[in-house]
Write a protein that binds this ligand. Structure first.
Ligand SMILES: [Fe+2]
Length: 372
């Protein structure tokens, strides 16, 4: 059915309003289960934004979260645009500056970024991206909840370049607005994951180098950090796991975009009782575990690996990383299909490596990993 027919209201809608908008931008839409490398994924010219771009809509994202790659040419300054909702930006590659502002005095900010930086641009702000390098392009990965927003108001002009602006200081009054992120301990009035400590801020300089992590003993001995972006409900987490090990399978709700800041490995994803999808990854790879699919992450290298999971709205978390119902949503090593261990070990062997998984973990479902 043509998009025009759908938007008239005279025929039943067969697509999310966001999908209708995305599909008519004239740039590639990468679908399936993963993008091998967002730093080299195919892009095409997006006239509206005056840059090369592509959308990524993997299985499990539909209607929940948007991801988009934009590329800024060497030395160029992008024309500004405005979104009425918060937008998270992860720097796939390059070095540049982002300017954000409203018409209100005191709201303007400028900050520099380089490879693997992570930041949020607040709702209602103009944003302008500048590539500071004259010899290579810069690539950004944008993440937002626009599909949900457009299911409520199915009009892109309501969300893009809408002249409404937030009241003076709506975001800039937050002490942490682009200043150094601050640690918030558990139990300090957080309304989600109250037992988990947060970093609270809008700018994180390099997710590969970020080393302020907490132990996550229930998840194969990995370490993690949870981030809440200042002045918003947007969150993400990053998990860092040890060389030649893997994490237990678990499952939760849809829409989490996982991007790899560093390391080499693979993930398995499967719907209960169905065939497994193998997702090989390294820096710049992106994948999304579909709704309620089990997924499991494996480090195939001699160094720690890390993945960054950009979260959908809290309403979509489902049985989340905290694993509320652990028996139903996490498979302990002692209970997993032996094929998984065999496959992991065979992949390591191809690289001349052996597993560092403790044998005891496969025998005792209550095995507790030692702090790394
Ligand atoms: Fe997960």
């Amino acid at each position: 059915m043509a998009a025009e027919t759908q938007s008239t209201g005279s025929a039943p809608r067969t697509q999310y309003a966001y999908d209708e908008w995305m599909d008519t931008r004239g740039v590639p839409v990468h679908r399936g289960f993963f993008v091998p490398d967002c730093r080299t994924a195919e892009l095409a010219w997006w006239e509206e934004r005056k840059c090369n771009a592509a959308f990524i809509q993997l299985e499990g994202q539909q209607g929940v979260s948007e991801t988009r790659i934009t590329e800024i040419k060497p030395g160029e300054t992008q024309p500004p645009y405005k979104m009425s909702i918060n937008e998270v930006v992860y720097v796939l590659s390059g070095r540049g500056v982002t300017n954000v502002w409203t018409d209100n005095e005191g709201d303007a900010r400028s900050f520099e970024w380089e490879d693997r930086a992570l930041y949020m641009v607040p709702a209602g702000y103009q944003r302008q991206f500048v590539n500071m390098q004259g010899d290579k392009p810069a690539r950004l990965l944008h993440y937002s909840h626009l599909p949900v927003a457009m299911s409520i108001v199915p009009d892109p002009d309501f969300f893009l370049n809408n002249p409404y602006q937030p009241p003076a200081g709506a975001f800039s009054r937050h002490q942490d607005f682009y200043s150094e992120a601050k640690f918030v301990g558990s139990g300090e009035g957080l309304f989600w994951h109250a037992s988990r400590a947060y970093w609270y801020g809008n700018f994180f300089p390099d997710m590969q180098a970020w080393d302020k992590l907490g132990q996550q003993q229930g998840r194969g001995g990995s370490k993690s950090v949870t981030i809440q972006f200042a002045g918003s409900e947007m969150t993400c987490h990053m998990s860092v796991f040890q060389p030649r090990t893997y994490k237990p399978a678990h499952r939760h709700g849809p829409g989490r975009a996982i991007v790899i800041p560093g390391g080499e490995g693979f993930s398995l994803m499967w719907e209960e009782g169905k065939e497994r999808v193998i997702v090989p990854w390294h820096e710049g790879s992106m994948f999304v575990p579909p709704n309620k699919w089990f997924h499991q992450h494996f480090n195939l290298a001699g160094d720690p690996a890390r993945y960054l999971a950009l979260h959908p709205m809290m309403q979509f978390h489902g049985h989340d990383e905290k694993v509320v119902d652990r028996a139903n949503n996490q498979i302990e090593f002692a209970h997993e299909d032996p094929w998984i261990r065999e496959y992991f070990e065979s992949e390591l062997a191809k690289r001349g490596l052996t597993s560092l998984m403790p044998d005891e973990a496969y025998k005792n479902p209550d095995y507790v990993f030692k702090a790394a």
